[in-house]
Design a protein around this ligand. Structure first.
Ligand SMILES: Nc1nc2c(c(=O)[nH]1)N[C@H]1C(S)=C(S)[C@@H](COP(=O)(O)OP(=O)(O)OC[C@H]3O[C@@H](n4cnc5c(=O)[nH]c(N)nc54)[C@H](O)[C@@H]3O)O[C@H]1N2
Ligand SMILES: Nc1nc2c(c(=O)[nH]1)N[C@H]1C(S)=C(S)[C@@H](COP(=O)(O)OP(=O)(O)OC[C@H]3O[C@@H](n4cnc5c(=O)[nH]c(N)nc54)[C@H](O)[C@@H]3O)O[C@H]1N2
Ligand code: SF4
Ligand SMILES: [Mo]
Length: 898
C-alpha cells in the first residue's frame, strides 16, 4: 500500500455523517454545550430529519485519553478509540457527571467539532512523512523539496547552527511565535521560552526572545496603563450576578468553543440562573455569540470604539449621570485638578508594571515634559482640549456609524442596569488605534462605576475561575536564557532585513543598554515549530515572500510541523513531527468552578518517519555536545513522571492526587487520563474590588496607584519615541488619553478613497487559525467566504455565492461572497487563517501540496491568492506603542470576477 493509501484507509468514516453531525452541534450552541447525548458514541447514519442521535456500537481495542492542544484557549480532553493501531473514533468527556452546580461546579469538558474531527488531522493526506530539504538552486517559496535522511537533516542543521553562532552570536537565533501545540508540557510550542528549542539554546549560549503576542499585543501595552493590569476581570460566572453583559468585540461562540473555557455556555448558564440577564454585542458583525445569547447588536465601524466611548461619556456628563467626586477619588485624569496626581513612576513603590516601554531607561529621565492645561478627559470630551472639538454623540455617530439615539441609550443602560459586566474581546485592540480603543472600553466601565463590584467588571477579557490544579511543566526545569534583550512578536521581519535601525526608541526593542542602542545582531536562523507565522499568520505575505526569496538575508529556516503548510513552503528544512496523539504529555485547563488535568497518552505509534520534538532536539543536542545536559538522562516519559513527583512534593496532593482517589502515582493518573477537580464553595472573584472600596489603602499597579485615564508614562513616551522613518506620516500617535484619532487604515484614513472597504479578519469556527484548515469536513461544514453587506452587494451587482476579488496595493484574494445583513455596510469579513495559495499553484482543492512557483511569481502582488488568506491584504506596520500587530486594520476594494 502507498503511504497515502494507508492514510485514506484510516479514514473510513463517511464525510456526510460528520458534516451533518457538526451542523447539529453548531445549532446546539444556542441551547447548550455542544455534545451528543450522554454517550461517547456517535451515530454514523445520522439523518438531519432525526431528532435524537442514537449511539451505535463499534469495535475497538482500547480507549485512550489525550487532548486537543491547539491555541483556541480551550484545551479539550479527547478520547481516542483505537483498533489495530488506528484511531477509529474520537469522543470527549461526555460520560462523566454534568451537574453544573454553583458557578460552574462539576461539568463536562466537551470538545468542539474541530477536536472531534482530529482523525482528519492525524490521517491527513498532506502529513509530513520524512525530513525534507529545499532543492539546491531553488528560491524559498518556490515549493521544491527533496527527501533526506534524519542523519543528514540533523547533521546539516547542527552545522548551520554552529556557523551562525560563530558569525553572528547567539542572538541571531529566533524561536518563532508558534502556537500549534501550546498546551502541552514537553511538546510545547509557545511561549518560546517554554519550548524544547529554548532548553537547547539556553544550554548553548542563548537566543533572541520576543515579548507579547499576536493575540493581545495592543491591549497588553494599553489597558494596564489605565487599570494596572490588562488581564484582571471578574470571573465569567459572575455574570449570574449582573443585569447586563456587554460583549465588546468579543465572539466566544467562535473563539472559546470547548470544555472548561466554553464561555458562551457559561453565559447561557448565567442566563438560566438569572432570566432577566440582558446581552449587548458591540461589533461590526452580528456574531454567532450574539445570536446564541439573543443579544442586542450595536454595529460600529471597525477601529472606532474610542470615539463611541467619548460620545457616551459626553452624554453621561451632560445628563448629570456621572459621579465626578468618585471619579476624582479613583482616577488620575478625569478632571483638570486630578492631573496633579499624574506621575511617570511611583518612586520606589512597585518594581513592576506591565511594560509599555523599557522601564530601565524611562525612569532615568531627569526632566519631564510639562503637562499643559486642557489635558484631562473631561476637557477632551467638552472641547476644551488641544483639538477644541466637543465629542458629542453626534460627533461620535458620524465616526462610528452608530445612531446618536443608540449611543445615548447604551450609555444610560450601563448606568441604570448596573451591575453591568463589560467583557472585551481582542478584536477591538487588533487595530492601528487598538491600544486606545482597548483603554477606552476599559474607561467606560470606570465612568459608569461598574468596575470593582459583584456582577460588574473591568472590561478586560472574561476571566476563568481560580479553581486550578498546579503541576510543574517541563520549562520549570530550564536554565535561564543568557540573551536578555527582546523584540516585539511582530517585528522579526525587520530584524531579518535590517537590525541596525531597530532601537528601543524606534522599534520598541527592550533590554539593551539604552533606548538608542541598535539590536546587536540580525536574525539569521529561525526555528518554526508548530507555527504558521513565518508566512500565513503574519502580515503582508507578498512582501514577506520577497524577503525569503533574497538568500542573502536568512541562513536557515527550520519548520517542524505535521503538514506541508504555507510556512513549510518558505523553509530550508522541513521536519515531520509526531502529533500529540503519538506521544505522552500533560496539559491542564480551568473554567467555572472546575479544573482538569489531562495525562495525555500515546494512542498510536509515530507515523512514517515522524519523530517527537524531544527526540529531534536531543539529537541536535548530541551534535552540539550537550546531550547529557539536555536530557539529564531522562526519556520524555521519565520527565513526565519526574515532573509529576515534583508537583506532589512542591504542591501537595491538592485534594486531587490522593491514594483515596487512586491518583497518587504517575502511573495511576496516566491510567485515568482525564482528572477533574471542582470546588462548589468558590465564589467568582471581583477584579479591583479592594481598590474601589478603599483607593487610599489599596493601590492598583499603575504609577499613581489609581486608575489612570491620563497616563503620564504615555505622555512622556510621546516626547521620547520616534516612529520608524517609513511610518512617520502622522497617522500614528502616542496619546496620554484613550482618545480617538484618524489612524492609518482606519475609517478616516484618506486612503479609503482608493480602497473603500474596511476588511476585518476575524477568528473563525472552521479552524483554529490555520490549524484544522486541511480537514475537509470542517471546510465543508463552515465555508471560507467573504462576508459582505447586502446593500453593498446589491450596489455592486454581487450575488450570494459569486466569486469576488478583494484587493489593495499589497495583493489580491479570490473568494466566494457571502451576502448577509450580519455585517455592517462598508465592512467586509474575511475569516483569518485560511491557507495562502498563490495562483492556486501550491495546493489542489484538497489542500494537498502539489505545485511550485517561478521566481517571478514569488512575492508578486499581482499573483492572485486562491486560498482566501487575509494576510495577503494586511500591513507590516506595527502599533505605535505596542510595536505589535494591527491585522484588523485593512482597507481594500472588491470586485466581482467574471
Ligand atoms: N475557532 C477559533 N477559536 C479561536 C481562534 C481561532 O482561530 N478559531 N483563535 C484563538 C486565538 S489565538 C485568539 S487570540 C482568540 C482571538 O479572539 P479575538 O481577538 O477576540 O477574536 P476576533 O475574531 O479577532 O475578534 C473578536 C470580535 O471583535 C470584532 N471586532 C473586530 N474589530 C473590531 C472593532 O474595531 N471594534 C469592535 N467593537 N469589535 C471589533 C470582530 O468582528 C469579532 O467578532 O481566539 C482564539 N479562539
Ligand atoms: N490577519 C490576521 N492574522 C492573524 C490573526 C488575525 O486575527 N488576523 N491572529 C493572530 C493570532 S491571535 C495568532 S495566535 C496567530 C496564530 O498563528 P500560529 O501560532 O502560527 O497558529 P496556526 O496558524 O494555528 O499554526 C499552528 C501550526 O502548528 C501546526 N501544528 C499543530 N499541531 C502540531 C503538532 O502537534 N506538532 C507540530 N509540529 N505542529 C503542529 C499546525 O499544522 C500549524 O501549521 O495568528 C495571527 N494572525
Ligand atoms: S479546537 Fe479548541 S474548542 Fe475545539 S476541541 Fe480543540 S481545544 Fe477544544
Ligand atoms: Mo492569538
Amino acid at each position: 500500500m502507498s503511504e497515502n493509501e494507508i492514510l485514506k484507509k484510516s479514514m473510513d468514516v463517511s464525510r456526510r455523517t460528520f458534516v451533518k453531525w457538526s451542523a447539529l452541534l453548531g445549532a446546539a450552541a444556542t441551547v447548550g454545550c455542544g455534545s451528543v447525548g450522554g454517550s461517547d458514541k456517535i451515530d454514523d447514519d445520522y439523518d438531519s430529519s432525526d431528532t435524537v442521535i442514537a449511539p451505535k456500537d463499534f469495535d475497538y481495542d482500547s480507549a485512550v485519553w489525550s487532548a486537543c492542544n491547539v491555541n483556541c484557549g480551550s484545551n479539550c480532553p479527547l478520547k481516542l478509540y483505537v483498533k489495530d493501531g488506528v484511531v477509529v473514533r474520537v469522543a470527549t468527556d461526555s460520560d462523566s457527571e454534568d451537574e453544573y452546580g454553583a458557578y460552574g461546579t462539576n461539568y463536562q469538558m466537551r470538545a468542539c467539532v474541530r477536536g472531534r474531527s482530529v482523525r482528519q488531522r492525524i490521517y491527513n493526506a498532506d502529513r509530513l512523512k520524512y525530513p525534507m530539504k529545499r532543492v539546491a538552486g531553488t528560491s524559498r517559496g518556490s515549493g521544491q523539496y527533496e527527501r533526506i535522511s534524519w542523519d543528514q537533516a540533523i547533521s546539516e542543521i547542527a552545522d548551520k547552527m554552529k556557523s551562525v553562532k560563530n558569525l553572528y552570536g547567539p542572538s541571531a537565533f529566533y524561536i518563532q511565535y508558534a502556537t500549534g501545540t501550546i498546551d502541552a508540557s514537553i511538546a510545547r510550542s509557545w511561549p518560546p521560552a517554554k519550548t524544547p528549542m529554548a532548553r537547547l539554546h539556553n544550554l548553548w549560549g542563548g537566543w533572541l526572545n520576543h515579548y507579547s503576542d499576536y493575540s493581545t499585543s495592543q491591549i497588553t501595552s494599553a489597558l494596564c496603563l489605565l487599570e494596572g493590569s490588562s488581564w484582571s476581570n471578574n470571573t465569567i460566572t459572575d455574570a449570574a450576578n449582573s443585569n447586563l453583559v456587554v460583549l465588546w468585540g468579543n465572539n466566544p461562540a467562535n473563539t472559546r468553543m470547548g470544555s472548561a473555557r466554553h464561555f458562551t455556555y457559561h453565559l447561557q448558564k448565567a442566563k438560566e440562573a438569572n432570566p432577566d440577564l440582558k446581552f449587548i454585542s458591540v461589533d461590526p458583525f452580528y456574531t454567532d455569540t450574539a445570536i446564541a445569547l439573543e443579544a442586542d447588536w450595536i454595529s460600529l465601524r471597525p477601529g472606532t470604539d474610542s470615539a463611541l466611548v467619548a460620545g457616551m461619556a459626553h452624554y453621561l456628563l451632560s445628563e448629570g449621570l456621572m459621579d465626578e467626586a468618585w471619579l476624582d477619588n479613583h482616577c488620575v485624569g478625569w478632571s483638570e485638578a486630578s492631573l496633579a496626581g499624574a506621575v511617570e513612576v511611583n518612586a520606589g513603590a512597585e518594581a513592576y508594571y506591565e511594560p509599555a516601554y523599557d522601564k530601565s531607561w524611562g525612569d532615568t529621565d531627569t526632566t519631564e515634559p510639562v503637562v499643559p492645561a486642557g489635558s484631562s478627559y473631561r476637557s477632551y470630551i467638552m472641547g476644551l482640549g488641544a483639538d477644541a472639538v466637543e465629542k458629542t454623540p453626534a460627533w461620535a455617530s458620524d465616526i462610528t456609524g452608530v445612531p446618536e439615539s443608540v449611543i445615548k441609550s447604551f450609555a444610560k443602560e450601563l448606568v441604570n442596569e448596573s451591575p453591568a459586566m463589560v467583557i472585551q474581546g481582542w478584536g477591538p485592540q487588533r487595530h492601528s488605534l487598538g491600544g486606545n480603543n482597548s483603554r477606552a472600553i476599559g474607561l467606560i466601565t470606570i465612568l459608569t462605576k461598574n468596575i470593582g463590584i459583584t456582577g460588574g467588571g473591568s472590561a478586560a477579557r472574561e476571566a476563568a475561575s481560580s479553581v486550578g490544579i498546579s503541576m510543574p511543566f517541563w520549562d520549570s526545569t530550564f536554565p535561564a536564557n543568557p540573551v536578555s534583550h527582546t523584540i516585539s512578536n511582530f517585528t522579526w521581519p525587520q530584524a531579518i532585513k535590517d537590525n541596525t535601525v531597530m532601537t528601543g526608541n524606534t522599534w520598541g526593542v527592550r533590554g539593551l543598554a539604552d533606548a538608542d542602542t541598535p539590536l546587536p545582531a540580525p536574525i539569521k536562523f529561525v526555528w518554526n515549530y508548530a507555527g504558521n507565522c513565518m508566512l500565513n499568520q503574519h502580515a503582508d505575505i507578498n512582501s514577506t515572500m520577497q524577503m525569503y526569496k533574497d538568500d542573502s538575508l536568512l541562513d536557515c529556516v527550520v519548520t517542524i510541523d505535521n503538514y506541508f503548510t504555507p510556512s513549510a513552503m518558505v523553509s530550508d528544512y522541513i521536519l515531520p513531527d509526531c502529533t500529540n496523539f503519538e506521544q505522552n504529555d500533560m496539559s491542564s485547563n480551568s473554567g467555572g468552578n472546575t479544573a482538569d488535568i489531562k495525562f495525555q497518552n500515546k494512542a498510536i505509534e509515530p507515523m512514517f518517519e515522524c519523530k517527537t520534538i524531544y527526540e529531534m532536539m536531543s539529537l541536535i543536542a548530541a551534535k552540539l555536545g550537550i546531550e547529557d545536559a539536555y536530557t539529564e538522562g531522562r526519556t520524555q516519559e521519565e520527565w513526565l513522571e519526574y515532573l509529576f513527583n515534583k508537583g506532589l512534593s512542591d504542591n501537595g496532593d491538592q485534594g486531587v492526587f490522593t491514594a483515596a482517589n487512586g491518583q497518587d502515582t504517575y502511573a495511576k493518573c496516566q491510567a485515568k487520563g482525564l482528572i477533574k477537580k471542582y470546588d462548589a464553595s468558590a465564589r467568582p472573584s471581583v477584579a479591583y474590588k479592594d481598590f474601589v472600596a478603599d483607593p487610599v489603602a489599596n493601590r492598583v499597579s499603575t504609577p499613581s496607584g489609581k486608575f489612570e485615564i491620563f497616563s503620564k508614562r504615555l505622555y512622556n513616551l510621546s516626547h521620547q519615541w520616534s516612529f520608524p522613518a517609513e511610518y512617520n506620516d502622522g497617522k500614528d500617535k502616542i496619546t496620554a488619553l484613550p482618545e480617538y484619532y484618524e489612524a492609518w487604515s482606519g475609517y478616516q484614513d484618506a486612503n479609503i478613497n482608493n480602497y473603500p472597504f474596511q476588511v476585518v479578519g476575524f477568528h473563525y469556527k472552521q479552524r483554529t487559525h490555520s490549524t484544522y484548515y486541511n480537514c475537509d469536513w470542517n471546510r465543508e461544514a463552515s465555508k471560507q467566504a467573504a462576508w459582505i453587506n447586502a446593500q453593498d452587494a446589491s450596489r455592486l451587482g454581487i450575488a450570494h455565492g459569486d466569486t469576488i476579488d478583494i484587493y489593495n496595493d499589497r495583493g489580491r484574494v479570490r473568494i466566494t461572497a457571502k451576502v448577509t445583513t450580519r455585517v455592517m455596510p462598508g465592512v467586509i469579513g474575511l475569516p483569518q487563517g485560511s491557507w495562502y495559495n498563490p495562483g492556486g499553484k501550491w495546493y489542489n482543492s484538497d489542500i494537498e501540496h502539489v505545485g511550485t512557483l517561478t521566481d517571478a511569481q514569488i512575492g508578486n502582488a499581482s499573483v492572485i491568492d486562491h486560498g482566501g488568506c487575509m494576510n495577503v491584504l494586511t500591513s507590516l506596520r506595527p502599533g505605535p506603542v505596542s510595536k505589535g500587530n494591527c491585522q484588523h486594520s485593512v482597507l481594500a476594494n472588491i470586485e466581482k470576477v467574471g
